[in-house]
Design a protein around this ligand. Sequence first.
Ligand SMILES: [Zn+2]
Length: 258
Amino acid sequence: MKVIAAEERQSLKTCISPAIITRVRDFGEADLLVTFFTPERGCLKGVARAARRSRRRFPNCLDLFCLSRVEYAEHPRGGELHTMISCRLLDGFEGLRRDWSILTLAGYMVEVVEMLSPPQAADPSLFSLLLRTFKLLEGEIQPLHVQIFFEAAAMALGGYGIELGRCSSCGRTYEGLGRAAFHPEKGGIVCLRCGSESALNPGLDPLGVQALGHLQALEWDLFERMTLPREMAQAIERVNRRHMDYRLGRRPKSLAWL
Ligand SMILES: [Zn+2]
């Protein structure tokens, strides 16, 4: 038995990666079970042994939504539970903790990331987006704007961008004139000849369509320069909601707290 254990120890592969800590809970007597999101391997789980008893190996770096540099040993037999070896804080995102609603929004974003990113799969652009939106949430920016940016950009990065360039029914190019209705099952906007606005098919005016286009293309600066009225941001939020409900198949639980 001892020989096998020693061989296993030798064959343990250790990895070092930046990671956002997405979930932390007590595990056993003194350990922590940590879920962390990495750019190269998506969402992973690890046990931080004795982390509740001694903070020496894990000083302030396993708090929720921290960006940390984690070192972990892969599970020896390909299991999903890895062993955390050490950890160093890179950014505590203290600004997220100033307000319960901001913290809830961060939790919602993490849940969307978990829905979009298959475990153990590389998703560096989604990782960058989450970091970028956490930074924005720390600033004095309207949280609703950060939310609709994150939603539109995350869906587009996940391969679910909304077609905004043409009517998804008749194919006519959308010239940026007149209102359009969003049809979730078509994954795009339709002209008002082909469909009408309703609670299930929320509408956008030309400025809203343009703004959503900037968000999907991750053009935050261009979007911000538009200084969108609140009603228009809410209209984009309604479109995002219908789109995400339809494509993801279920609602993130944390949405109820937003
Ligand atoms: Zn049409």
